[in-house]
Design a protein around this ligand. Structure first.
Ligand SMILES: *[C@@H]1O[C@H](CO)[C@@H](O)[C@H](O)[C@H]1NC(C)=O
Ligand SMILES: *[C@@H]1O[C@H](CO)[C@@H](O)[C@H](O)[C@H]1NC(C)=O
Ligand SMILES: *[C@@H]1O[C@H](CO)[C@@H](O)[C@H](O)[C@H]1NC(C)=O
Ligand SMILES: *[C@@H]1O[C@H](CO)[C@@H](O)[C@H](O)[C@H]1NC(C)=O
Length: 465
């Protein structure tokens, strides 16, 4: 087992799987061209390449089929191994045909192409490549059924029987049943089962998938609890919005490595865990929108220095906005509308429109009673929405009765003056003089890990760009 073999495998893997990453919906992998890598995929591909290289070096279980042309057994009915490019594709053929026979609905006639011996070049939705464990033999490496509207009672016995599979995308199909156990697939790293009719409890089968980077289970009918272990998978993307998940958010949430975390449109309860601050180096977009969250806003949210979107709108969260939110230097969209928030809208938060990236501060339908002095002009600029609050002298506010009622409710959230960052224009005396200092504060929007993902696009059930 020489080093050259390992690095060759790594390069193969990198070449092949990088191209998968680049074109998730329009894969064309009948050859092994290496496209140029934009932004994050380069980093990810390299990490995976390294991981795989090591894995091969120490692994090596089983006896792989020889890389010679399959021999023919005596003629009988049905395709023979020698009809195929290699034995792996013969095996894939059998798995695909078996799955095809279970498909109950195929409005686009996709499966009509699933015949003959050239899986790699003629079967719609299947893409081949040389797996890292081989030097010349191709196998099915990616399956992309996005938007095919296929119906089948289960994908068990199909996806899990494709030993070299790296990617399975099946947005907008009618697959039911359970999520298969994919732990035997060493190269697997992207699972998209969004907008299907999967139900039952959250699939614990995904928990052991240590190499998974992308998990998209949104728009299904999963109910109950999210096992805390989900937040220990080293994911870049976790989309579980639009299910029926209902539990207090686990404290483990802060362990997530995901840059894009979308929990919207479920029935999650309890407060946003203060552990969220631990995700400060990775979290870019987080959507808690439209759940049943309650409690106070933890000041640790202010530690999310990379966050461009923080959305906890339409919940039952109460308390004042912690001053730490003034540290959200990268935040563009801050939505806390339709909650039970009160007090003053902090000046430091409104200043983010001038000195940070804030473009939309949505606080309508709360119980705020005053505005920091920089906030007033944000209303005129169309950045701040404070309609349906309790702010004197402002139009479109709640009735005195509603405001009076809320005022009488017990308030238990702490006022948190703690500001976990240096805000020069606040401490440095005068907003005017701070302007110059700020120019250098902030670089471009953080594009890592990938601009193809966006939390908000996850709120639609299509497969996006
Ligand atoms: C490889 O595939 C790409 C995309 O289908 C195509 O543009 C290119 O010409 C192919 N290269 C070779 C060497 O076949
Ligand atoms: C993760 O990838 C490595 C390298 O290919 C492999 O050895 C390992 O089995 C994979 N782990 C899982 C849980 O799939
Ligand atoms: C699933 O099946 C139902 C009923 O057969 C159909 O109305 C719906 O459009 C299908 N959904 C998808 C995503 O194909
Ligand atoms: C601002 O954010 C709110 C809440 O997400 C959204 O409803 C509204 O359309 C946004 N406004 C603009 C101008 O983008």
């Amino acid at each position: 087992m020489g080093g050259s073999r390992i690095s060759y495998s790594s390069v193969q893997f990198l070449t092949f799987f990088t191209s998968l990453l680049l074109l998730p919906n329009v894969l064309s992998l009948s050859n092994n061209t290496l496209p140029t890598l934009p932004h994050r995929n380069r980093r990810e591909a390299i990490e995976i390449g390294i991981g795989i290289g090591i894995g091969i070096g120490i692994g090596g279980g089983g006896s792989p089929p020889p890389e010679s042309p399959p021999s023919c057994s005596p003629p009988s009915s049905g395709p023979q191994p020698c009809d195929f490019e290699n034995i792996l594709l013969y095996r894939a053929y059998k798995v695909i045909q078996k799955f095809k026979s279970t498909i109950t609905c195929d409005p686009q006639g996709i499966t009509n192409s699933w015949q003959g011996y050239n899986i790699c070049s003629t079967y719609n939705g299947f893409f081949c490549g040389i797996p890292p464990s081989r030097t010349t033999m191709r196998n099915v490496a990616s399956i992309d059924f996005n938007g095919y509207n296929l119906a089948a009672p289960t994908i068990n016995g199909f996806v899990d029987q494709m030993p070299d599979l790296a990617i399975f995308h099946a947005n907008s199909n009618n697959f039911s049943g359970t999520v298969p156990d994919l732990t035997k697939l060493p190269f697997f790293y992207e699972l998209d089962l969004s907008n299907n009719i999967l139900m039952g409890s959250f699939p614990t089968t995904v928990l052991p998938l240590a190499n998974l980077t992308f998990l998209d289970l949104r728009f299904n009918q999963f109910s109950g609890c999210v096992p805390p272990g989900v937040f220990d998978i080293k994911l870049d993307v976790l989309f579980i919005n639009n299910n029926n998940l209902n539990q207090p958010l686990p404290a483990e949430l802060g362990r997530t490595t995901a840059a894009y975390l979308t929990l919207a449109n479920n029935r999650f309860t309890g407060p946003i865990p203060s552990s969220i601050g631990q995700a400060c180096n990775t979290l870019i977009e987080v959507l808690f929108l439209n759940n049943l969250l309650s409690g106070c806003l933890p000041h640790e949210i202010g530690l999310l220095s990379k966050a461009t979107v923080f959305d906890a709108g339409t919940n039952q969260i109460t308390g004042p906005i912690p001053l730490s939110f003034g540290c959200l230097m990268k935040v563009e969209q801050l939505n806390l509308a339709q909650n039970l928030l009160y007090g003053e809208v902090p000046d430091v938060v409104c200043l983010l429109a001038d000195f940070g990236k804030l473009a939309n501060l949505s606080l309508s339908s709360n119980y705020f009673t005053s505005l920091g002095k920089s906030c007033w002009k944000l209303i005129e600029r169309g950045i701040l929405d404070v309609r349906r609050n309790c702010i004197p002298w402002l139009p479109n506010q709640r009735s005195p009765e509603e405001c009076g009622w809320f005022l009488k409710q017990r308030k238990y959230c702490p006022v948190s003056p703690y500001i976990p960052c240096h805000i020069p224009w606040v401490h440095g005396g005068g907003v005017q003089s701070a302007a110059a200092m700020v120019a250098g504060v902030d670089g471009d929007r953080d594009k890592a890990p990938a601009s193809r993902y966006s939390g908000y696009s996850a709120l639609h059930n299509g497969h996006g760009p």
